[in-house]
Design a protein around this ligand. Structure first.
Ligand SMILES: Cc1ncc(COP(=O)(O)O)c(C=O)c1O
Length: 424
């Protein structure tokens, strides 16, 4: 069996923890994707994971497929400048308010790592503040009280990070203005940067208070530190200008990934000219990469952003998420479950709890076992919800009304069964 072979050679049988799905007997095996659907060893599934976010146009969208196929004919790695990278850079700069210059890397992890290094190089200070449950990729500066797979697997603070590095990362509760003010008073003029997910998408979905984001902006400015918005998820998902455009809070540095590569490996960090000019070779903050601005990722990203500029993908994806959120609330109510459903644009998450979800603590207080049981039952009815309470569900421009109705019908059966079996 493929799973046995995988287990023999990969730690935990996988190459990224969030794929392991510990509540199931074995992880899923993907065969292909098409539109809103995944074809797997468990059959055809309506996909609400969408590659953990990049696939806003669904699986295998024709404009991206055509662009990539055409480019492959020309070869795929030159270690030279290409036209698509300039076009993608210009397109991002046109839409994302804080980005005036940009550097392409290969992953979101590299993007945040370099953004933090850049902030330290610019301010000549060492300490950063991050927020509990925010996930910025798997490197040492930020793997302290992190979300996503790290939270799912109960390893929010990784082993192997030197204590001297970890102590330079101060962790503050998300969405808590007072705690943040206190931390900034304590760190004071040692603070290089605050890094934040402007909408938290790695501890379930936590929507920030606008005051929280505004305070981050004001306080970093006051103490001469830089504000980094990690928009690896929200960039081009909450609209063309991302969370910063949506909330009107403009950071100094923005990190991007996921959508801007159209489903191919990518990351980017950008900001105002004076800051970005410190990046090598124009300045002393080093970054380099064999695969930086990989032509295939550039072409796929460009084709994706061109579609997004037409507007319709956001209309369809946002409507689908809205309909899913309302549908899930209705179903839960009908079958007697207390739930909170959070949604913004084309992201949503469901929590089995009363009250509201505004902080990581609220997420921890929800019934994770019920979520995982629902996930498992929904899977057997052809719906692939995001596989952890600590991740979010995504919709795409291929999640039409028809697809959403199909998913909600299947979820009705799932809730009925959940009522019978509970979380056992
Ligand atoms: C907000 C955020 N930042 C950074 C990353 C890391 O990106 P990558 O997985 O491309 O390294 C992720 C990945 O999920 C993310 O959600």
């Amino acid at each position: 069996m493929l799973w046995d072979r995988a287990r023999a050679i990969f730690p935990g049988g996988v190459n990224s923890p969030a794929r392991a799905l510990r509540h199931l007997q074995s992880p899923l095996i993907a065969e292909r994707g098409e539109g809103a659907y995944l074809y797997t060893d468990r059959g055809k599934l309506v996909d609400f994971c969408m590659g953990f976010g990049p696939l806003i146009l669904g699986h295998r969208p024709k404009p991206v497929l055509d662009a990539v196929k055409a480019w492959l004919e020309r070869g795929w790695l030159y270690a030279m400048l290409t036209e698509p990278e300039v076009e993608l850079g210009e397109t991002i700069i046109r839409h994302v308010p804080s980005v005036k210059k940009i550097r392409f890397v290969s992953t979101g992890t590299e993007a945040t790592m370099n953004a933090v290094r850049l902030a330290r190089g610019y301010t000549k200070r060492d300490v950063i503040i991050k927020f509990e449950g925010n996930f910025h990729g798997s490197h040492d500066y930020v793997l302290v009280k992190a979300g996503s797979g790290a939270a799912t697997w109960g390893i929010p603070t990784s082993a192997g990070i030197p204590a001297d590095v970890a102590k330079l990362t101060v962790v503050v509760p998300y969405n808590d203005v007072e705690a943040f003010r206190k931390a900034i008073r304590e760190v004071g003029d040692r603070l290089a940067a605050v890094i934040v997910e402007p909408v938290a998408g790695n501890y379930g979905l936590i929507i920030p208070d606008i005051d929280f984001l505004k305070t981050l902006r004001e306080e970093t400015e006051r103490v001469g530190a830089l504000l980094i918005f990690d928009e690896v998820i929200t960039g081009f998902r909450l609209g063309l200008s991302g969370a910063q455009g949506r909330f009107g809070v403009i950071p100094d540095i923005t990190t991007l990934g996921k959508i801007i590569g159209g489903g191919f490996p990518i990351g980017a960090f950008g900001g105002r000219q004076e800051v970005m000019d410190l990046v090598a070779p124009s300045g002393p903050v080093y970054n380099a990469g064999t695969f930086n601005a990989h032509p295939v990722s550039m072409v796929a990203g460009l084709a994706t952003l061109r579609e997004l500029e037409r507007g319709y993908p956001y209309e369809v994806a946002d409507r689908a998420a809205e309909k899913m959120a309302r549908g899930l609330e209705d179903l839960a109510g009908r079958y007697g479950f207390d739930v909170v459903v959070k949604r913004i644009s084309s992201m949503f998450q469901l929590y089995f709890k009363r009250g509201d979800v505004k902080t990581p603590q609220d997420v921890r207080e929800s019934n994770e076992k019920l979520y995982l049981k629902l996930h498992e039952i929904a899977l057997s009815h052809g719906v692939y919800l995001t596989p952890s309470q600590y991740e979010v569900n995504f919709t795409s421009s291929m999640h039409t009304d028809e697809v959403v109705n199909e998913a909600l019908q299947a979820l009705e059966l799932a809730f009925r069964k959940l009522k019978l079996v509970g979380s056992s």
